[in-house]
Design a protein. Sequence first.
Length: 81
Amino acid sequence: MSLAAQAPRPSLAARIFYALPIIGFVARDIGRDINMVFYVLLILTTIMVLAIKVWGIAALVLTYLALVPIIFALLIWITIP
């Protein structure tokens, strides 16, 4: 018998989320060290700048078009009483 307390096992949804190739790795790192968020934002900004440099304004427009449902859901979420 061990004296160490057993950590609670994560739910099935959490295990599936953490099993995703890139997203799960980043999510686990953010869970361990919150400062990882700044590195992720820097990486995403760099990818965006390089995409605009290669494909022009189309990369910017497609990014904003993909973000419309996310922003719409956030606006609904913050207005729920």
